[in-house]
Design a protein around this ligand. Structure first.
Ligand SMILES: Cc1ncc(COP(=O)(O)O)c(C=O)c1O
Length: 403
């Protein structure tokens, strides 16, 4: 991967902040110039409302939104663009599904024990409001998802399975196709939280046959505040929308409303047009590089950092230690130091930005008696020399501050 060329596409690297090392990509990535320009095009050239007014500016907005929807559908192997719903983030997409699905009292919803709060809290709400029950598939100490444990947990009471595709703390990826098959064989619906998978690997809805798949564009070069939900039309077409109102209905009377078909039924209110148009540019950018190259590049960086740091006694890498199982994520602790201290020192000493804390995955940490971790996450513009800087800085921290 030609990172020099790639970095020239990202304005931040040619600004006065160009010497910073950004390793917080699992939270949000930087955006290339093309994405920023495409988003700005909306404000400069056709800053109007899509899907309602019929004048020329509005028509242009509608066409660009349709184009973005088609592009994203193609990118994730979904033959029907109507199955792509724009939300404000992955969290909203998963809430839409959790709260729009019909649950009966006593139905079991199965997740893993290491879900992001966005795939955890909505289900807690439903235990209270609908009387659903929760069941958690335990993750072994190896950190690697065990399909046999999933099979054991799949009794007939399980009506819905909702799992993180790639974990935001450990970086491990579940065998999604097998998991979908197991859920379906047991008569359950399945949603995957693709927030950390879609930015880093080729995903194919047609091949996976998953019922619902959610992710956020701001973790894959797109603007902030755009989420994507893939939802099978035959399952979602009669679901109640999470947000209802103008633009989501065909007709209302004083006492009733008729919802539009998908996707509009789930997109009431004005959309983030600029963000959606910028998202299409992000998809173009990623497609031109190729998801396999992205994966390979991240693996190389992760391999190097792991090799350099894994033998240091005072450093604990969250399992699995093998970098090939962790995609773009390197999570660790330094004995005697809190994760926020590590993050703060890295920023202070060499402008290296990582994430620290519990990463919105509190039950995972609490159940293991750990109070968080430092997380380094790579993307396409990160370089080996940045990794060298990181390794050097971590070694200095170990030598200077740890006990
Ligand atoms: C695994 C996972 N799921 C869900 C989310 C929530 O994404 P968003 O904040 O874009 O809704 C994140 C964000 O970091 C995540 O890592």
């Amino acid at each position: 991967m030609d990172t020099d060329r790639i970095r020239r596409d990202f304005p931040i690297y040619s600004s006065r902040r160009g010497d910073l090392v950004y390793f917080d990509n699992a939270c949000q990535t930087f955006r290339p110039r093309k994405v920023i320009e495409a988003s700005n095009d909306y404000y400069f050239d056709f800053p109007a409302c899509g899907g309602r007014s019929i004048h020329r500016l509005a028509t242009q907005v509608s066409m660009r939104i349709d184009e973005a929807r088609e592009k994203i559908a193609r990118f994730i192997g979904c033959p029907n663009p109507n199955e792509i719903v724009f939300t404000k983030n992955c969290t909203e997409a998963m809430n839409l599904v959790a709260k729009g699905t019909t649950h009966r009292k006593g139905d079991v919803v199965l997740t893993s024990d290491m879900e992001h709060n966005s795939n955890h809290v909505p289900w807690i709400q439903l235990t209270r409001s609908m009387g659903i029950k929760r069941r958690f598939v335990t993750t072994p100490s190896s950190g690697i998802f065990d399909v046999e444990l999933l099979k054991d947990a799949m009794t007939k009471e399980v009506k819905f399975v909702s799992l993180v595709h790639t974990n935001n703390v450990t970086g491990t990826t579940i065998p999604a196709k097998d998991v979908v098959e197991i859920a379906h064989d047991n008569g359950a619906l399945i949603m995957l939280d693709g927030a950390q998978a879609a930015p880093h690997m080729k995903i194919d809805m047609n091949d996976l046959d998953v019922d619902f798949y959610a992710f956020s564009m701001h973790k894959m070069l797109g603007p902030s505040g755009v989420g994507v939900l893939f939802a099978k039309e035959e399952l979602a077409k009669n679901m109640d929308p999470l947000i209802s109102g103008g633009g989501g209905v065909s007709l209302t009377e004083y006492d009733k409303a008729t919802y539009l078909p998908m996707p509009e039924r789930f997109e009431a209110g004005l959309l983030n047009y600029s963000g959606v148009i910028g998202s299409a540019a992000a998809i173009d950018y990623l497609s031109a590089i190729g998801m396999d190259s992205i994966r390979e590049h991240e693996a190389n960086l992760n391999y190097y950092v792991t090799k350099e740091l894994k033998e240091i006694d005072l450093i604990h890498i969250l399992e699995p230690v093998d970098p090939s199982r962790r995609g773009s994520i390197f999570s660790f602790n330094i004995k005697g130091l809190g994760s926020h201290d590590v993050a703060m020192i890295l920023d202070e000493v060499d402008k290296i930005m990582i994430r620290s804390g519990m990463h919105c995955t509190h039950p995972f940490f609490i159940s293991r008696g750990i109070d968080g971790c430092a997380r380094t996450s790579f993307y396409i513009y990160n370089t080996m020399s940045e990794c060298e800087r990181f390794v050097k800085a971590v070694k200095v921290i170990v030598d200077t501050f740890s006990v």
